[in-house]
Ligand binder design. Structure first.
Ligand SMILES: Nc1ncnc2c1ncn2[C@@H]1O[C@H](COP(=O)(O)OP(=O)(O)OP(=O)(O)O)[C@@H](O)[C@H]1O
Length: 298
């Protein structure tokens, strides 16, 4: 039996640090062209998973394969570019020098000026790395991740510490790369980023995957909708007993119903009460994230 070559195949991946199991039997497959967000609270194991994937850490159990190769082989072949949270940028080199140095490590690489333009550091070519702002440094790291023209880009919290404008600029540059069919795996704390930029969200808690799907799927996992309405003469206990309603709360002159089945709730509401000014809304990804990852106490 043959299986299709995947971009990433992690099977039974486990990593312990003393008494802490940072990654706990994790299985994850990513196909070429997917843009995947690794989302989870602090200590969920995202960075450890990325370090294992890149071969920077050795697993206690399990396997990593990138395009059917061991991580070091895939990286040496220029198939994987990574942008890690810290990662030494030599402060005395200028931007053009550091990108050129990185390019020289690969037999085949993209032209340095093109990579610098793509990463938005073209106008910083002569600036010493040590003098750059946090956002500018992140863009240099991004240029280093792109230089080998990799098939897979791995980014560990790429926009941490950046302001809103810098985050947007980063993702615009990133988008141009994903439009070229690259596979992307990024870890993030920013739920809106996972929602906006990934086509698949892998939610981690305590070293394992607890949910995996489109952002819409993740949202739907926490039975997803609330109904807000003005309901004259209604009793909360009666409303809470309606079909599809999980909880009823008073909010000023209106009532908020948390639903497990908003369609059934809406039908019952219209049939049995004088409800008006009805609004139905889906939970945001943030609610889903908090609901799915709560209870984590490491
Ligand atoms: N080198 C290490 N030595 C000891 N424990 C570690 C080490 N690296 C990670 N851990 C522990 O492993 C667990 C997972 O950490 P990891 O950094 O992978 O999580 P994370 O999801 O990336 O968190 P964050 O979002 O805060 O970066 C945590 O409990 C952490 O304290």
């Amino acid at each position: 039996m043959t299986t299709k070559t995947g971009a990433v195949r992690l099977t039974g991946l486990t990593k312990r640090f003393g008494a802490v199991t940072a990654v706990d039997g994790l299985d994850l497959s990513i196909e070429p062209g997917e843009v995947v967000a690794l989302l989870g609270p602090n200590g969920a194991g995202k960075s450890t998973t990325i370090d294992l994937l890149l071969g920077l850490l050795r697993p206690d159990a399990g396997t990593v394969s990138l395009y059917d190769l061991a991580p070091d082989r895939a990286i040496a072949a220029g198939r994987v570019g990574a942008m890690l949270q810290s990662g030494g940028l030599l402060p005395d080199l200028n931007v053009a020098e550091i990108v050129t140095l990185a390019a020289s490590l690969y037999k085949a690489h993209r032209p340095v000026p093109e990579v610098m333009a793509r990463a938005g550091v073209g106008d910083l070519a002569k600036r010493r790395v040590g003098t750059l702002s946090g956002g500018q440094r992140q863009r240099v790291r991004f240029a280093l991740a792109l230089v080998a023209d990799p098939d897979l880009i791995v980014l560990d919290e790429p926009t941490t510490g950046l302001d809103v404008e810098a985050r947007r600029a980063f993702w615009t540059a990133m988008h141009a790369e994903t439009a070229r069919g690259r596979t992307v795996l990024f870890a993030t704390h920013y739920l809106d980023e996972a929602d906006a930029y990934a086509d698949r969200v892998v939610l981690m808690r305590a070293g394992t995957v607890i949910a995996d799907g489109t952002p819409a799927h993740i949202k739907s996992l926490v039975a997803g909708r609330t109904i807000r309405a003005t309901i004259p003469g209604a009793h909360l206990s009666e409303l809470a007993g309606l079909p599809g309603v999980d909880r009823a709360e008073a909010r000023g002159n209106t009532v908020l119903l948390t639903c497990t089945d908003s369609d059934a709730a809406l039908r019952a509401l219209l049939r049995r009460t004088a409800a008006r000014d009805i609004e139905v809304s889906a939970h945001g990804l943030e609610d889903a994230f908090l609901a799915l990852t709560s209870g984590e106490t490491r």
